[in-house]
Design a protein around this ligand. Structure first.
Ligand SMILES: Nc1nc2c(ncn2[C@@H]2O[C@H](COP(=O)(O)OP(=O)(O)OP(=O)(O)O)[C@@H](O)[C@H]2O)c(=O)[nH]1
Length: 436
């Protein structure tokens, strides 16, 4: 029943939900919803409704034309006029209306077009019986209730349009029946009473049909919006639990969750996994000199800058704790990870955030340890962080504001990597004193 409903943002879902609740307790006689829900109802049901009108309209038109056999029996002398009315007027008009609906028009125009088609059918049917002098021609009027049946039940015109078209049909029929010369008044009164009863019964049924359709729609929409709201609340909670509130990047808990996952993905896809561990240099000095609030602002700018230099869809930026950040880089080669680290380091230096009183630089800088490996089942995921951390220590020892690469080879343990490459330029060694 609810088709292709647009997906709402959080507040929109809650607003629509309260509008739906309000509509569910609207007075029983009111069919229309509040404007926002009404627009949504139309949008959700328009395709289905147009399809229904098309099919029902074609069936009604075919049956209307089959009444040519009736014409041939009750008014054979004016069969040509009847054929002209059915095939020359009603059929093209009906097909034109259905084509307009098939092409797509506004809901109001759609209902108005179908209501107008019903009124025209009544007008032409009245003319059909009126133009014949056959003694049986008047019999037709007893079947005019079928025209109302088509409009009010088969097409299920929206109630306002059903009411308007039924009233117009009644006026048209009465104005043809009363002056008709070949029938006495008792028969005329009888046919008018039957027609009026048909109008009342079909309008009642029409009202019930629309009321039920709308009620069912509201209940379904409430359920769907309720589910969406719950889903969004869960997403908000998940976001809160995985995000660092100060900087907006991921927190350590999220890294812990993702790390093992990425490690196994890399094993399955035989790809490399890279990690940067970034630490703001002499941040204690910054805090002491400019205050904790400025320190917080600095952390935010650094986090923002890191995000500028990584691949948004792939890399995960994490505030690991204090003034230390981590970037997890799936499918990264040693050189691409090192280049990203260099871009970040230069970007932060270029921010030119003053950090007076520090010997190595007058502005805020960072040191970065880079580790890249091809994960395998013999190595633990924690190895990457360990190696990147050691590379970071080396960067600190070597004077800060630099990047150091510790590269693990395939199937190589942390110890092997260090044994094999302890003195290469830019690669982390495990000797020397550590900072912490
Ligand atoms: N403003 C602010 N400061 C923080 C936060 N978390 C940690 N810090 C500060 O970060 C500083 C870290 O100092 P240290 O670990 O001594 O390191 P450092 O001064 O950066 O020196 P190096 O790392 O050796 O370059 C401390 O002063 C902490 O108080 C935070 O959330 N906000």
């Amino acid at each position: 029943m609810i088709e292709n409903g647009a997906s709402d943002g959080g507040p929109a879902v809650k607003e629509t939900l309260s509008a739906v609740e309000a509509d569910l307790s609207r007075p029983w006689y009111r069919l229309r919803f509040s404007s926002a829900v009404e627009a949504r109802f139309e949008a959700d049901t328009a395709t289905r409704r147009s399809r229904h009108l098309l099919i029902a309209g074609i069936v009604a038109l075919v049956i209307y034309n089959l009444y040519i056999f009736n014409d041939s029996v009750i008014r054979p002398e004016s069969l040509l006029i009847s054929a002209g009315i059915r095939f020359g007027l009603m059929t093209p008009l009906g097909l034109a209306a259905l084509y307009v609906i098939y092409r797509g028009i506004s809901p109001t125009l759609r209902e108005a077009t179908m209501a107008a088609t019903i009124v025209i059918a009544m007008l032409l049917s009245s003319a059909n019986f009126y133009l014949s002098d056959s003694p049986h021609s008047f019999l037709d009027t007893f079947s005019f209730g079928l025209i109302l049946l088509v409009g009010n039940i088969v097409l299920s015109l929206r109630f306002g349009f059903a009411l308007a078209s039924s009233l117009l049909c009644a006026v048209i029929m009465t104005s043809f029946v009363i002056p008709y010369a070949h029938t006495d008044n008792a028969v005329k009164i009888n046919t008018l009473v039957v027609f009026t009863s048909s109008a009342i019964f079909t309008l009642l049924a029409n009202y019930r049909l629309e009321a039920s359709e709308r009620q069912a729609y509201l209940l379904l929409l409430r359920e769907r919006l309720g589910n969406e709201a719950t889903l969004q609340s869960n997403q908000v909670l998940t976001k809160i639990s995985t995000t660092d509130p100060l900087t907006g990047v991921a927190n350590r808990r999220h890294l812990d969750e993702v790390m093992t996952q990425r490690w196994h993905e890399a094993i399955a896809e035989r790809t490399m996994l890279g990690m940067l561990v970034l630490d703001i240099d002499c941040f204690k000095n910054y805090n002491d000199r400019y205050g904790h609030l400025e320190g917080d602002a600095c952390l935010r700018r650094v986090a923002q800058e890191i995000q500028h230099h990584v691949r948004h869809e792939l890399d995960l930026v994490v505030r690991y704790g204090g003034e230390e950040f981590v970037v997890l880089m799936p499918n990264a080669s040693a050189s691409s990870a090192f280049q990203a680290a260099e871009r970040i380091r230069q970007g932060i230096e270029a921010l030119a955030i003053p950090n007076a009183g520090v010997s190595h630089s007058p502005v805020v800088t960072i040191s970065i340890g880079v580790a890249v490996t091809r994960p395998n089942t013999a190595l633990p995921p924690s190895l990457l962080l360990l190696q990147a951390d050691e590379a970071l220590y080396q960067a600190k020892r070597e004077g800060r504001n630099r990047c150091v690469l510790a590269q693990l080879q395939e199937g190589q343990s942390s110890a092997q990597a260090h044994r094999d490459t302890p003195h290469a330029t830019g690669l982390a060694s495990s000797d020397g004193e550590t900072k912490r």
